[in-house]
Design a protein around this ligand. Sequence first.
Ligand SMILES: [Zn+2]
Length: 170
Amino acid sequence: MPSLLQRATREVALHARSVRGAAERPGGAICDDLEALLPSFRAEVEALLEEMVAAGHEPRLFETWRSPERVALLVRRGTGSINSVHPHGIAADIICARKLWNASPLFWRDLCRLSERRGLTAGARWARHDLPHVQAIPVVAQSAFLATREEERDVFCLRWMGPLDVLLAA
Ligand SMILES: [Zn+2]
């Protein structure tokens, strides 16, 4: 089995390619491409979607990577944050395939519960609820993430999402 770093190096190159692909879309377009997520986070989102299905829900991945232009657009509309980590491939918005944003309270509860069980941060916990939103790291870790070199960000996220002994051994 390849080491964390070997895996990260290989997959970060893949990720950079998909982000370049997504970046070629028009500025305001919504990207729901799993490949545009950082590899460590992508694996968690895939598992989370499977768990939601197993819990009887019909999740739909609505948005993954977000262009800086779209961040600016959402900030102007008052529906997005300037500090969003979507442009870094470590956030995803998951809604209900049938009821979209009008999903049942159980859907949102399960999304929050299952994502937290995977070590993810759920927007449902925020003062300004962002029910569909999940991200790899807590808000308090965002500035440290941004200060981390690009090729080390996948491992940075792995530590946050992983078991506590991995985090504390770092
Ligand atoms: Zn989001």
